[in-house]
Structure formats: structure tokens, C-alpha cells
Design a protein around this ligand. Structure first.
Ligand code: SF4
Length: 549
């Protein structure tokens, strides 16, 4: 056993008892159990060592027990780390949360923020870079080429990644692209489009988007490269990573400089302390930080939040307007059912059944829109884009809550998403579905609690509970399409959010035993330990057991 590793492991295990479970981001971004060491074996040996000492009449400290367990473990080869250490998405947990609302809530085409919105942003970014090449280079350019790797290649066909990538290359941005344009690429895949680079015009088509290696030593599971070629000569090439929730990075990426937040926080514990010490809500802490980090006025922040609220309401309405005869794209031949579920739920005898049925229908509606490749809002991702809109629609359009309450809820939900992104992941390719629907449900629970003026501890407890009960949930989309289990899963995420709020607002808040920070740590660790087959590869779970005919 490597001594340095031994010492660092002991330090981390001892840190598990300290007050702040996320005090060191190392706990999340490096392994608790040494590489190659089976966790169960380690824990069993640790327990056996302790029990033996007690039987012999010796007391044994935690340190001694850890050291003994390590000493008896067999050596094993180290598995490769799943992500490169220099990715910002890996390093980010060390400072205060600096993410802003417009980086987080993004409008774009479904069905997947990491497989459609991210790739479209990437090729659009590359297109902008390519236009800046010197004129003599541009004059020699003959071809633009995109290569998709890892999960982007394994499940990109089902997600429409090639269409999104082509759309970005020809100058479309996710928030403004016409979904009909993407539909036309699906219906007429042989179309070519001229891309203007200086005086040159290069024709591109779906043939220029290449599904490359699905497995390899990639810095991130969602890796892609984009090139300008002159014959075989590469004039410009950039490697990119779609790191989840529509966020992108590239080789050599450095995060943009931002202003310091008014209320710096790295943990929920710190965030709540700001709220409680200043006698303001979590939502108001986030509002103040948005204003200071992004240099925006309060009116500008609310205008953006209103835009997102309106887009969420629109996506539910649009989904509910589709009839049962509508069949979603792809081989599953899944019928839309949001409208039917809603209508029939309204006929239910009991008000509670109506409520659960309607909330489920709203989530199905927005999620089916995602399955159609229509515009959705990342909250935090495309696959989970039915959860938050269901609650926003329900609170605003059905319960007729004051808009300001919903705005505050949207801000509190951001805090949850930020913390999960900061310390764990929003990417199913890194953490399975717990990172998507789990985070969405947790955000939605914070939204409801805040909209109903709950105390900050209740907001935390509701968010914690919703996240806790998604831990371990895998990602296994059938045939690579974000439809099964994704669409119904959004409905469950929405209902679980309400359950979490119902429990949190009715229990004695101070007796809630698990804090949000500990659950985020569990999310990160579970993501790390999850078998890679369950991370958006469509190689296992339902994707394997369901036979389409
Ligand atoms: S199973 Fe979950 S994480 Fe995977 S694509 Fe569906 S919604 Fe996204």
C-alpha cells in the first residue's frame, strides 16, 4: 500500500466525523476508498479488526482500525479516473459558488442538454472561432468535420446529437433555433448547407458529423472535436467537452473572471447562515449574489427569471395540447399521453388523486416536448426538463400563486442546482439519472417550499429529502432515446418533490436528521462508484432488458 495514499485516506476517513462534510472538496473529487480496493471488503475488514480487538479486551481507535483494515487488504491495480483532473468541472468545488442564473437555466432544443444543447453550443462556438482564422487559411479550407466520442457517440443517434451539432455549425444557437429546422434535418437527412468562412463557402451535411469511438481515454465522457480541414491538413482543431446541463468546456478552458458574490457560500450550511443571520430568505441571498456576480440590477435578474418561468409554462401548455395520436420520434413509437392523463385525472373522485394526476400530466407534457426535440429549459438538464415546469405551472397557473413567490422559488431552486453542480455533477454520463431527475426534484422541492414562505431550514430539508430519495438512480434510456424511462421519470420527480415538501413542512424541522450537504456528498460519491454502463450508455438496465418490436 502506498504510504502517501494511506495517510490521505486516513485523514479523509477521520474527516468524516467532522461537522462539515464538504469541508474539503477532495472528499468528493478523489476516492474515499483507495483505487482498486473493494469498499465492502475494506469496511468488513475494518469492522472485523475492531471486533477482534474488543474481544481481546483492547480498545481500538478509529485510526488504528483504519490502518489495520488497510494493512490486510489485497493490492489491486488502480482503475483509471473517470475525469481528467484539469477539467474545470472537476476543480470547481474549491471556491464559492459563482454560477449565475443565465448559465444554469438555458432554453434550447431537447432531448438532452448534454447531447443536444451542449454540442450545438460547441459547434456554434467553433464556427465563431473558425471565422477568425487568417484569410489565407480560410481560402484553403475545404471541409468542416465534427467527431463525437464516448457517450455522445454511444447514444448520440437517439438524442439527435448529429442534428444539433450540424445546426450549431451552420450558425444556430440553442435558445433561438427553430425546432422545425431540426425536424427537417431528421426528415431529410441528405440536405447540405453552405457555411460562410470569410470569402469561402463550405457545404456541410450530417455526413460531416462522425460517430467516433464510444470507449477510450477521454477527459470527459462527452468529448467531441471540431476541425477545419484543407484536404487532409488540419487548419484548426478544438477538443470540447459537454459537461452536463448544457455547460461546455474545451481543452485549455479557463473559467471567465467574475465579480465576488455578496454572500459567498460553498455549502448549504453557509448559504443558510447568510439567510438566517441577515433575516432574509435563501432566494434573496441568491438574488443579491446574482446582482453582484453578474453586475445586474434586481429588475434584470427578475426579467430573466420571468423569461424562464414563461418558457416553462409554454412548454407545459404546448405538451398538453398534443393529442394521444401523436407519436414521439424514434423506434419506441411512444404515444403522447400528457393530455389524456390530465383529462382523466380531472374526472377522479378525490381531490388528492386529481392533484397527483394533474402534476404528473404537467411533467409528462414538458418532458414529451423534450422527447419531440422542441424547446425546453435546462433545470438542470433536458432529460429532467419536465420536473420544474410541472411545479411552476401548477403553482402559477393552477394554484394562482403570486408571481413573486414563484420567482423566489426559482431563485431558491437555483441554489440547489448550483450546489449539486459545484460539488457533484449534473451529467448523467458522469452520475446517472440521480444527477438529472434527482437534482431536478430537489430543486423543485426548494421551489415549492420557498413559494409557500417556508423557513430556510424547511427549504433545505425539502431539497435534501427529494435528492436523498433519488440517490443511486441509474441512466438507461431505451434505444438511446430520452423517452423511456425519462418521460415518466419526470412525473415521479415532480411528485416526489411535492412529497418532500409535504414531509419537510409538516415534520419538526430541527429534527430532520440528514443535512443537504451530506446528501450532495453521497450524490458525488455514488456517481463515482456507479458502474459506467448506467451512465447514459444505453448498455444496461431497461435499455438492455426492453426488446423493441
Ligand atoms: S434516464 Fe434519466 S438521466 Fe438518463 S436520459 Fe433519461 S432522464 Fe436523462
Amino acid at each position: 500500500m502506498n504510504k502517501a495514499l494511506d495517510r490521505s485516506l486516513i485523514k479523509r476517513l477521520l474527516a468524516a466525523d467532522c461537522e462539515d462534510p464538504l469541508a474539503s472538496t477532495d472528499q468528493l473529487t478523489s476516492q474515499e476508498i483507495p483505487p482498486g480496493v473493494d469498499r465492502r471488503t475494506f469496511l468488513m475488514r475494518s469492522a472485523v479488526g475492531g471486533a477482534a480487538a474488543v474481544m481481546m479486551g483492547h480498545s481500538i481507535s478509529a485510526q488504528e482500525r483504519t490502518a489495520k483494515a488497510l494493512a490486510t487488504l489485497p493490492q489491486a491495480s488502480s482503475p483509471k479516473p473517470p475525469l481528467a483532473a484539469d477539467l474545470n468541472v472537476v476543480k470547481k468545488g474549491q471556491g464559492p459558488v459563482l454560477t449565475t442564473a443565465d448559465e444554469f437555466y438555458k432554453v434550447g432544443p431537447g432531448p438532452s442538454s448534454s447531447h443536444t444543447i451542449g454540442p450545438m453550443r460547441i459547434t456554434y462556438d467553433f464556427y465563431q472561432r473558425a471565422t477568425k482564422l487568417p484569410a489565407d487559411k480560410l481560402a484553403r479550407a475545404t471541409k468542416l468535420q465534427v467527431n463525437l466520442f464516448g457517450s455522445l457517440s454511444a447514444t448520440g443517434k437517439g438524442h439527435g446529437t448529429e442534428r444539433a451539432a450540424l445546426a450549431g455549425l451552420v450558425g444556430n444557437e440553442p435558445a433561438t433555433v427553430d425546432p422545425k429546422f431540426l425536424d427537417s434535418l431528421r426528415d431529410k437527412p441528405d440536405q447540405t448547407f453552405p457555411v460562410k468562412l470569410g470569402d469561402k463557402s463550405i457545404n456541410v451535411s450530417l455526413k460531416d458529423i462522425i460517430y467516433d469511438a464510444t470507449k477510450g481515454d477521454f477527459k470527459h465522457p462527452n468529448t467531441m472535436t471540431v476541425k477545419v480541414l484543407a484536404g487532409d491538413e488540419v487548419l484548426l482543431e478544438q477538443e470540447y467537452y459537454s459537461v452536463g446541463g448544457g455547460f461546455i468546456e474545451w481543452k485549455g478552458y479557463t473559467p471567465p473572471k467574475k465579480n465576488p458574490p455578496k454572500y459567498p457560500f460553498r455549502l448549504m450550511k453557509e448559504l443558510r447562515a447568510h439567510a438566517d443571520n441577515n433575516k432574509i430568505s435563501i432566494a434573496k441571498v441568491i438574488l443579491a449574489n446574482e446582482m453582484s456576480i453578474a453586475g445586474r440590477t434586481e429588475a434584470e435578474v427578475y426579467a430573466f427569471i420571468d423569461k424562464i418561468i414563461n418558457a416553462m409554462v409554454a412548454t407545459v401548455k404546448s405538451g398538453l395540447s398534443m393529442s394521444e395520436d401523436d407519436v414521439l420520434p424514434g423506434p419506441i413509437k411512444l404515444h403522447s399521453k400528457a393530455a389524456t392523463v390530465y383529462k382523466r385525472a380531472m374526472d377522479d373522485k378525490y381531490a388528492s388523486d386529481k392533484g397527483i394526476g394533474a402534476l404528473s400530466a404537467f411533467a409528462l407534457a414538458a418532458s414529451e416536448e423534450n422527447g419531440r426535440g422542441h424547446l425546453v429549459i435546462t433545470a438542470p438538464t433536458g432529460g429532467s426538463a419536465g420536473v420544474m415546469p410541472a411545479l411552476v405551472y401548477g403553482l402559477l397557473e393552477v394554484r394562482k400563486l403570486d408571481r413573486q413567490k414563484v420567482r423566489d422559488g426559482m431563485l431558491a431552486a437555483l441554489a440547489i442546482g448550483y450546489l449539486c453542480k459545484h460539488h457533484a455533477t449534473l451529467s448523467a454520463a458522469e452520475g446517472g439519472c440521480q444527477a438529472e431527475i434527482g437534482v431536478a426534484s430537489s430543486m423543485a422541492a426548494a421551489l415549492i417550499a420557498t413559494a409557500y414562505d417556508a423557513a430556510s431550514l424547511v427549504v433545505e430539508n425539502a431539497a435534501e429529502s427529494a435528492l436523498e430519495h433519488h440517490l443511486g438512480m441509474t441512466c438507461d434510456p431505451v434505444a438511446g432515446y430520452v423517452q423511456v424511462p425519462c418521460i415518466e421519470r419526470c412525473a415521479f420527480g415532480a411528485v416526489k418533490a411535492w412529497t418532500a415538501y409535504a414531509i419537510a413542512s409538516n415534520e419538526i424541522a430541527s429534527r430532520h436528521r440528514i443535512d443537504f450537504d451530506a446528501t450532495v456528498m453521497a450524490l458525488a460519491q455514488t456517481a463515482k462508484d456507479m458502474n459506467s454502463k448506467y451512465k447514459e450508455t444505453s448498455e444496461a438496465g431497461l435499455a438492455q432488458s426492453v426488446v423493441l418490436c
